[in-house]
Design a protein around this ligand. Structure first.
Ligand code: PMP
Length: 406
């Protein structure tokens, strides 16, 4: 517990030791750390990772000069990314000048807010790091609620951008945690009206059949697209990319720390981009498993999955059929008791009713489906029993009291 300071200007507590919290910036003092707990489990379906791991070849490892600093510009990696990913509309030649590398896309979000400042605007619910990083950097952030069917409210976004004089807008498409892709037209309207930077975060785009906003970069100088290798098999490498016009990239590059992506990650990521066949196979499997898991959840009474373009599914658990008080927290704890880690605790709007499951291997998904069937079957039985119990109680209440206990 913080002790009271002995005098107004003193930074020492009563015991005479320096009170560190007196030195912390107020925006950091009230910041909650990002909770990415390591919880031992058999089936890990909480963090939107890929279930498929591509072993790193010993040849690659051997070539990495760990005694040297990494290439600060990550030249080979950025060129490979540009060659593979950039559409011809923005020109493959010199494309690397439109790409910035990050230690995961998290770091690029940090760099973007560090460069442009706030206010930062985003629809809610969405990826929590936009708000957290804004707060860490002392920037104001404003969430604009999605509509009831989780669509972006373009009119309200535009109004908020204007009223707040926003500097930067983040739009996750597909959106984490809802899984849907917001309407392309609505996002284009927002970009068109914005007098600020609009970042379309495409962390989950590889799992979607909707077109990437990379193809829209040529016509919109204020647009930037964020991408990551984390969801397609390389979360451990921490490699993300920002794609935008060369002027925007040059500004953000000023705040990037010099050796932000290490040599091993640069080498393995560049190799993965050079040989994308395996990546694409993994993505196809996840998409087909997503369809199967969605189908299974849709058939369960008391569970309502939301259509997803991502490698996870958001589902509602406490609809009327779900049985007596079976909420997200309870389902999360039951799953953990069986060694399965799901994602609950999704923020105030979704907290009690919604959970998120990452698509895993076929076996992991089967385990999840079985768990859900069992949980919701027993919840319904409990509900029926409770109903029957209530009826008996009700009858009992109406019947004359027998004083048999005397
Ligand atoms: N954007 C979105 C929408 C995400 O969900 C995540 C990870 N959960 C990230 C960015 C960050 O990914 P990374 O830092 O691993 O690249």
């Amino acid at each position: 517990m913080r002790e009271k300071r002995s005098s107004g200007r003193d930074r020492h507590n009563r015991r005479g030791s320096l009170d560190i919290s007196e030195l912390v910036r107020p925006n950091v003092l009230t910041l909650a750390p990002y909770e990415a707990k390591i919880i031992p489990c058999r089936v890990k379906l909480d963090a939107n990772e890929s279930p498929y791991r591509r072993p790193v070849s010993p040849r690659l490892l051997k070539a990495v000069e760990t005694n040297r600093y990494p290439d600060p510009q990550a030249g080979a990696l950025r060129r490979e990314f540009a060659r593979r990913m950039l559409p011809s509309s923005i020109g493959k030649k010199g494309g690397a000048g439109r790409v910035l590398h990050g230690n995961g896309s998290d770091e690029l979000i940090w760099n973007l807010i560090c460069t442009f400042g706030g206010p930062v605007v985003y629809p809610t619910p969405t990826f929590s790091m936009y708000a957290k990083i804004a707060q860490a950097l002392g920037a104001k952030s404003v969430g604009v609620p999605l509509t009831r069917d989780f669509e972006i409210d373009d009119a309200r976004m535009i109004r908020t951008m204007r009223d707040e004089k926003a500097k930067i807008v983040f739009i996750s498409r597909p959106n984490n945690p809802t899984g849907n892709s917001f309407s392309e037209e609505k996002i284009l309207r927002i970009i068109g009206k914005a007098e600020c930077i609009v970042v379309v975060d495409e962390a989950y785009q590889p799992f979607s059949d909707k077109k990437s906003f990379l193809g829209r970069l040529a016509g919109h100088g204020n647009l930037a697209v964020l991408m990551t290798l984390s969801k397609i098999g390389f979360a451990g490498l921490r490699v993300g990319f920002l794609v935008a016009g060369p002027e925007l990239i040059a500004q953000v590059n000023k705040v990037r720390l010099p050796f932000n992506v290490n040599s091993l990650s640069q080498a393995v990521a560049a190799d993965a981009l050079r040989n994308p066949g395996r990546l694409e196979g993994g993505i196809r499997k996840v998409v087909s498993e997503r369809k199967r898991v969605f189908g299974a959840l849709s058939k369960m009474k008391g569970v309502a999955p939301c259509p997803s373009d991502a490698n996870f599914i958001l589902f509602r658990v406490s609809s009327l059929d779900a049985g007596p008080r079976l909420d997200a927290g309870k389902v999360w704890r039951r799953a953990l008791r069986e060694g399965m880690l799901l994602r609950g605790n999704l923020g105030s709007e979704l907290d009690r009713d919604f959970m998120r499951v990452t698509i895993g291997t076929r076996m992991e998904n089967n385990a999840f489906i079985e768990f859900m069937k069992k949980t919701f079957q027993s919840a319904r039985t409990e509900k029926t029993m409770k109903k029957a119990g209530d009826k008996i109680l009700e009858k009992g209440r109406r019947a004359p009291v027998k004083r048999s206990y005397r």
